[in-house]
Each structure stands twice: as C-alpha cells, then as structure tokens.
Design a protein. Structure first.
Lengths: 294, 375, 298
C-alpha cells in the first residue's frame, strides 16, 4: 500500500522520523546488538574488556537442567494460560454476539481485568488462593494440606496460570467480539435460511470466519505470557517453590540482576528473542496466509 | 493563443506506459471533455496537468509557459475531485476559504470572497456546517466553490458527477455548464459517461488504452467517428459494426452471409476490393422490406421506441424502431439503410477510410469558442 | 436474533452472568479485603461483603507505600510516555506514509520490527544502555575513527530513564500509519491544489482528523505505562524519590508465598490504590480504550 501523492522534501522527512529512529536505535537495536555480543563473549575477571568465547555461554545455558526446567515450565504456562483464556473468551464472545437483552453490559465489563497491572493481578490471586486466608484455603479445612502453592509446585503453577488466563480473557474477548461483529448479519441469516440452528451456525460459520483472529491471538497470548508473567511470578511465587514457576523472563532477571551474570542472561535473552521472532514469523508467513477468506 | 498545450505527453509507472504520447491544444475559454472507459489514462492525464502526477515525457504548457516542474499551487489550476475531497473537520466556509488562508489573505477579505462564492452556488445558509451534514449535491457545490474561489486560469474536473444519483447528475451537469458560460474559464473535464461528454463539451477527447482516438465536437464524434472504437463507444447503442467485403464497382459491401449493403461511392471514392468493416447507426435503420434480412431476437423497450436486436447469421445488429408492431422471436426482419448512412473502416487498423473532400458529413466550420462566450 | 430459542437463550444468559461474576470476582475480593480489619480478613473463608475499615486501611497503605510520592511519579511517567509516544509516533508515521524517499520502507521495517520484542525480553542489554545512553554514539564515533569522549548520561534513577525506553517502541507509529493509509489520497491532493505544504497539511488537516486515534492511543498508552513493573524495578534504586506505584506492591507483601503471612487488609488496600487509576481510565474512556487495543495490535 502506498500513497498516490507524496511530498518530496527529503530533509523534512528525515527530520520528522529522526526522534523515533534515535530512540529505537539507542533502546532497541543497540541493546539487542549488545546482547548478541555478550552472548558470545565473557568478561575478563580482572577487567580489560570481553573475550570471545563462541558458543560457550549457550553451552552453559543449554547444558543446565535448571534452564530446561524453566523452558518446560514456561511452555506449560504459556500453552495452558493461552488455551484457557482463548476458550473462555471465544465462548463468551459467541454468546454476547447473539445480542440478547443486556449484551451491552458484558461488552463494557469483560475487558476490565486487562487494565490491571500484572503484579496487581498477582497480588489479588495470591490472596484469593493463599493457603491460610482468602477463599480457596477453605478446601484445606476439609482436606488438610490439599492446597498449598507455597509448598506444592503444581499448585503454584496452577495459580499463576489462572492469574495469567484471567488477565487475558478480557483482551481476547474484545478481539473475538470485534471479529464476530465484522461478519455481516446476512451471513447468519443465510445460514438460518439454509436450516442451520444457532449452535450449528456458530460452529459452521462464525468460528471458521474468525480463525484469522484466533491465530493472531494465539501469538499475542503466548508472547504476552512470556512478557507479562514477570509481574505475576514476582509477586506471587518468586519462581518457587523449587523452581516450579521459574519462567524464562524471570530466570533472565534473577540470573542477570541478582546473580550479576550478564553473559548467561544475555544468552538466554537471545534464545527468547529468537523464539518470539520465530513465532511472529510463523504467524505472518504461514498462518495468516492460510486462513484468509476475503 | 492556446491556454493549455500538451505535447507528446507520456506517463509510465515503473516500466508500464499508461499514457502513450498525447498532443492537445485547448483554446482559452474552451470546455474540453476527456472521455474514455476506466483505466484508459484519462484521469492520469488530468492529474498531470494539475501537477499531482509527474510527467514522464513530453511537455505541458499552461498560458504559454511550460509547467512540468511547477508545484500544483504554482500552476493556477483548480480541481474538483470525484469524491469531492472536502476537509471533513472544516466547515463549508473554511473548506472554500482554505486556499485563501494559505495564501495569507486577511480574514475580512477572505470572508467576503467566501460569501460571494457561496452565494453564487446557493450555499449561503450552509457556511457553518460540516461536510458530513450536507447532501451529495451540496458537497459537490462546496467542492466547486473551493475551486472557484481561487479564480483559476483552468478548471479541472475529475469525474465530479459520478457519485451523484441520476437526477442530481443531470441538474449538476446543467449547473456546471451555466457556470462555464458565466465565468468562461478554460475547463478540462474527465468522465466515462458519454451523455455528460456530449452535453457539456465544446470538444471531446476520446481516449482508449492511453491513446487519443479522436478529438472533435460532440456532433463530429457522433456523426463521423474516426475509429471503430469511437464508433462503438459513442451513441447508445454504439454503431453497428460488421465485417464485410467491399466491391467498389457496384458500390456495395457484402456481409458474411452474402447479403449486400450499398454505400455512398461519391463519399468513399478510393475504397479498394477486399475486407472492410461496415457500420451504421441503429437510428439510421428503417424497418421495411427489401433490405438486408435477419431474424428477430428480442427488443429493449425505451418508451419512445424500441431497440430491436436481430441476428444476421451470428452477428447481432440493432435497429431503433418506432411504432407498435411487435415481433415473435425468430421472425424475419428486414433492415433498410440509406447508403449515405453507411460508415466504412479499415478492417485491420479500425481507422475510418479516406473520404472525398467536402463530403456531406464534414463538420461545419466552428466559430472560435472564445468569441461566443461572455468573458 | 433470527429465531426464537428460549432454552438456549436461558443457557446463554446464565453462562454470561456466571462468567461476569467470575471475571469481576477478584476485583471484588480486593475491594472487600481492603475494607476489613486484620482478624476478619484472615478468616477462612473470608466474608463476601465489605466491612467498615476501608478508609483506615487505605490511609495505612498510603503511608506505608509512600504513595504521596510514588503516585506523582507514576503520573509523571504515564503522562510522559503517553505524550512522547503521541508526538513522536505521529511525526514518524507522517514521514513514512506521506513522503517518498529511498530509505522509507527500510525505516518502516526497522521501526516495525520493534513491535515483536517487548522491553521485558531484552531487559538486560537495555538496562546496560540506560546506564550510559550516549554510549552507543560514542562507540560508533570511535569506531569510525573519531576519538571523542561524550559526557556520560546515566538514566538510572531519573524520569528520562523511566520514560524514554518505554517510548521507543512502534505501537504508536503503527497505529498512525494504519490510520493515515485510510485517509483518501484526494484529501492530500486537494490540500496540494489549495497551496498547502507538507507541514501545513500535517497540522491543519492530518492532525485534526487523527483526534479520535490520538485519544485511543493516549488511553492505551497511559494504562500500559502505568502498569509497567519490571523496567521501573530495574532502573530505580533510589526508591524514596523515583519509585512508581506498581513497584510498591512488592513492598507491601513480604517476599514470595513462603515466609511471614502478609497483612492482607493493608496489602489489598495498596493494591486497590494501584489498580484504581488504570481501571478508572478504562471505564471512563472505554470507547477509546477498546478502539486503541484493536487498532494497535492488528
């Protein structure tokens, strides 16, 4: 897409774009480049610059069972939270889109959780699911010790998954609803004339037509679960118990800023960047292309 | 002196040439309509005159000055766009006066001129409204007002009526014509609608695929089409065209099924033996026995008459018939065509064959337009 | 609604009401917990209706979290990021869409790619750059043979450090670009015919038309920057002067899950203080918020 008519004052164009390019350069490209540099070098113990070490840092990362456990936990976290929030959101969007009386109320309230900061969500969930206060602890009165995210890694992981899913449902809902509402009403009417009932139309017409949105949201949700999770984990579990919730971004943070091992953290950053870029690339190249109907 | 001169004007995008060398002289005060189907390069040509599109090759002169390198605002043209391109966040008054504001005309003077222009277009009561609150016809007027206020040397219209409904289109057409009579400003008007072209133009430029097919007055274009393309494009329906073989000795052309049509040998003295394309207007056909015979297919009712589609061994020819007589499908119909109404074109190039000088259909000498218009 | 389906309608409404309750429940719990005294809030299960201690809890949390100062800091950061994004993004999008120059597409992609990698992912190196923001220029100048020492510009513990890296992403540029592309070409042409140059067109036509988009972008950027957590945590060590509101949440709960149980009523009161501004903004400006969400990410 291009404009038919453009202005030709190149100096002005450069001046207009300069502030943005400066910021992007200083805070994006330079750091990213530096992360690459660090990932392949090690700081000399007595100063005097960095030493090229090739894949040494990556070997360190990939040879560390703690890293793989972090990857495994991150995957479970990302996939579970994404699936959970997408399923709930699409159901709600489909039902709200039936436009029964009162549907406007939902439109304006469902997205509220998304407005909350991740640590705020974490704090709320930590209270609700705490083993000795709040609500869920009531289970422990009947089955002592059944629920304790402070000791049980599974409980802790479940807790942050629920918190993440909760904070994303509203966001996904907005997108699904927007996609559903962009389907012409006549499509549903044609379906009804063909004899399809309400549920049938949802399954046969509406769901296929919003698959582009679905795939878009999958990528966004997974990315977000890498990014947003820091606030949740930091407030609720701190990566524990026994690294059961030590997500990748959290591990980078602890290795880099608490352990002061920049090279190790940089190597992990690079792996994470590659992962996210690959995801986005898949979204752009393959999925988007395959599921467009217009 | 010509107000607008185009000399071998070409336009290419990347490697595709879309305008293939256009030459045109427009006299001061003339109303020129550029007519052609969509994608023929007519809008591109107009936008090159406006300065919105760079000129790949050739020269454009306005008022005797080459303007190729000038910015739009330096060319002294005003333009009315197809979708009007009104600034949605400005009132009608601000829209009309915007160019004056940019030129630094003081507010009081500006308001006075905006008031005058608005009054002349019947927009005085709408000056404080936004474009979204106006009807299509009113928006069209605002767009014209915006063009008029600059008192330009040249008006450019880019399909300005195509977004209006049929009735409004006729009304606005008349207004544009009146405006031109009043101001006498040289005008280039682009359209794909031949009725607009016929009714508005002093001269029509018919374009097809980036090439000018013919330049002439509306009646010339209708009565003496230079190419089969123009013949078919102009008129409703277009000229009936059929491949035929000429026999200049008998003064006849033979249709593919063997039937024969006479043509005016005085007018076409140089026709050789062999293939030609013959044509005649549906309006020139009389339904009477003794002409060429085909079989009736169906008729389009026009109210004032009907268009009879008839099959001549695989070719559909159309006659404009009057009277109440109805026909059955397959019924034999005979077309009588006066020899003077038969047009002949080269079978290969589609160009009109050479006619004798001073033949009956040659256009009457035209007065210089500038003299006939009040300035 | 095309046909009558009473049973399905009933099920639909039930599910919707239930999910609404489930979604709003955590917010309600925060509010209720913030309104009880220490004993009541630690009952299992806790009461579902608010108590009478809301204001004393709020003021206790306010004092404990130094909210006088940190709320101001958060407002400064959120407004700074929002204003910076709106201006810088509009200018760069204008340059990319309405000018033709050779590097245009390259620059667009350079900006666009930043959408992919959020700050959290490249946190370590960004932090290092923030310690000396002029470092990159110095390194480049030295590399091309100009030996120069630029003054050190340390962004740690400063508002510029909190704001600038957050402005350096493409969300806004992308939103403006999408919007500019929908503006009919004829409008720019008409402006050209009227004698307007690029800057005049930008300020008198493009910006007035972008009002709604700016509002959407502003809403979403305000909420987004208010909610930033990891970056402020790193860049601020002088907590008394530069801490932001979200950072204080870490203060009101002692460490992760294990360890001493938090004083839940003040913790929830602090949480209420922190989450109220973005929630209010989204409720009051929800039309812009939703619009901004949908158009920034597509």
């Amino acid at each position: 897409m291009e404009k038919r008519v453009t202005f030709s004052n190149t100096w002005l164009a450069a001046a207009l774009i300069l502030p943005q390019m400066l910021l992007v350069f200083v805070f994006f490209y330079w750091p990213t480049g530096e992360a690459l540099y660090w990932a392949f070098t090690l700081e000399r113990p007595f100063g005097g610059g960095n030493e090229w070490v090739g894949l040494y840092n990556f070997e360190g990362v990939f040879g560390d069972p703690k890293y793989w456990s972090s990857v495994r936990v991150s995957m479970i976290f990302a996939i579970a939270a994404t699936v959970l929030s997408l399923v709930i959101a699409v159901l709600m969007a489909l039902f709200v889109d039936r436009r029964l009386p009162g549907h406007q109320v939902y439109k304006f309230t469902f997205f509220l959780p998304y407005a909350l900061a991740a640590p705020a969500v974490g704090l709320a969930f930590r209270f609700i699911f705490s083993p000795d206060a709040g609500f869920v602890s009531a289970i422990n009165q009947f089955f002592p010790g059944l629920w304790n995210p402070a000791l049980d890694g599974f409980d802790a992981l479940l807790l942050i998954i629920l918190a993440q899913a909760w904070s994303l449902v509203g966001y996904n809902f907005i997108f699904f609803l927007a996609a559903l509402q962009s389907i012409p009403r006549t499509m549903s009417e044609a379906g009804a004339m063909d004899g399809a009932g309400v549920m049938r139309r949802m399954w046969d017409l509406q769901l296929p037509l919003i698959t582009p949105t679905l795939f878009f949201l999958i990528v966004i949700n997974i990315t977000d679960s890498f990014v947003n999770s820091f606030g949740i984990v930091d407030i609720t579990t701190g990566g524990g118990p026994a690294r059961a919730t030590d997500l990748m971004v959290y591990k980078i943070y602890t290795d880099g800023f608490q352990g002061k091992d920049y090279s190790l953290a940089a190597a992990q950053s690079i792996v994470l960047m590659v992962l996210i870029v690959a995801l986005t690339f898949i979204q752009f190249r393959f999925i988007e292309r395959r599921v467009h109907y217009t | 002196m010509a107000e607008i001169t185009l000399r071998n004007v070409r336009k290419s995008y990347a490697k595709t040439e879309v305008v293939h060398g256009v030459d045109l002289d427009v006299a001061a005060g003339e109303f020129i309509v550029i007519l052609g189907p969509s994608g023929c390069g007519k809008s591109t040509l107009l936008r090159m005159v406006a300065g919105l599109e760079s000129i790949t090759e050739g020269e454009i002169e306005l008022g005797g000055k080459v303007v190729n390198q000038l910015e739009p605002r330096e060319r002294g043209c005003a333009m009315v766009f197809q979708n009007y391109a009104l600034y949605p966040h400005m009132t009608v008054g601000q829209n009309i006066g915007y160019s004056l504001k940019i030129a630094g005309v003081p507010r009081a003077k500006r308001d006075e001129r905006v008031g005058k222009v608005a009054a002349s277009l019947g927009l005085e009561d709408f000056l404080d409204r936004r474009p979204a609150q106006l009807s299509g016809g009113q928006r069209q007027r605002v767009a014209m007002g915006r063009a008029m206020i600059r008192e330009p040397k040249v008006f450019l219209y880019d399909e300005p009526l195509s977004n209006l409904d049929a009735k409004l289109r006729v009304a606005m057409r008349i207004e544009i014509r009146k405006l031109h009579q009043r101001l006498g400003t040289t005008t280039l008007f682009v359209t794909h609608d031949q009725v607009e072209a016929m009714t508005l133009a002093d001269r029509i430029v018919v374009m097809n695929k980036g090439v000018v097919e013919q330049v002439g007055s509306p009646s010339e274009i209708y009565r003496r089409p230079e190419t089969t393309y123009v013949a078919n494009f102009i008129g409703s329906p277009g000229l009936n065209l059929i491949a035929a073989t000429a026999d200049p000795d008998k003064g006849k052309v033979t249709l593919p099924d063997g039937q024969q049509l006479s043509y005016d040998t005085k007018r076409w003295p140089d026709v050789g033996y062999g293939p030609v394309t013959a044509g005649f207007r549906a309006e020139a056909v009389r339904l009477a026995p003794g002409g060429i015979t085909g079989s009736f297919e169906f008729a389009e009712e026009l109210g004032s008459g009907k268009l009879m589609h008839c099959n001549f061994s695989g070719h559909t020819l159309i006659a404009h018939a009057f009277g109440d007589r109805s026909f059955q499908q397959g019924e034999a119909v005979s077309f009588q065509i006066d020899p003077s109404a038969v047009h002949l074109f080269d079978a290969e190039t589609g160009r009109r064959l050479a006619e004798a000088d001073g033949s009956a259909m040659a256009p009457a000498p035209r007065k210089a337009i500038a003299e006939t218009l009040p300035v | 609604m095309i046909e009558r389906t009473p049973v399905l309608d009933f099920i639909t409404q039930t599910i919707l009401v239930l999910s609404l309750v489930a979604l709003l429940m955590p917010l309600w719990v925060v509010f209720v917990a913030a309104s009880h005294d220490y004993q009541t809030v630690n009952q299992v299960p806790m009461p579902l209706w608010p108590g009478s201690h809301l204001f004393e809890n709020l003021s206790a949390a306010w004092a404990a979290g130094n909210f006088d100062r940190v709320m101001l800091n958060s407002v400064i950061v959120a407004v700074g990021v929002t204003a910076g994004k709106i201006c810088i993004a509009a200018l760069s999008a204008f340059s990319i869409v309405y000018f033709s120059y050779r590097l245009r597409m390259l620059l667009f992609w350079l900006i666009f790619i930043t959408l992919m990698l959020p700050l959290e992912v490249r946190i370590v190196p960004t932090y290092a750059v923030a310690a000396n923001a002029l470092g990159p220029f110095e390194a480049i100048l030295n590399a091309i043979g100009i030996s120069i020492r630029l003054p050190e510009w340390n962004l740690l513990n400063s508002y510029s450090g909190l704001i600038l890296p957050l402005v350096a992403t493409a969300t806004g540029t992308f939103l403006y670009r999408q919007f500019f592309m929908t503006i009919p070409d004829e409008l720019a042409e008409a402006a050209k015919m009227d004698g307007s140059g690029p800057l005049r067109f930008f300020f008198e036509v493009l910006l007035p038309l972008s009002k709604t988009n700016m509002a959407a972008l502003a809403t979403i950027m305000f909420v987004w920057s208010w909610n930033q957590y990891l970056w402020p945590l790193l860049i601020v060590t002088d907590h008394a002067n530069y801490a932001t509101a979200t950072m204080q949440l870490q203060k009101v709960v002692p460490g992760p899950l294990f360890g001493a149980p938090p004083i839940w009523n003040t913790a929830m009161a602090a949480n209420l203080i922190v989450l109220t501004p973005p929630v209010l903004v989204t409720i009051l400006l929800q039309r812009w918020f939703v619009r901004g969400l949908i158009s920034t990410d597509k």
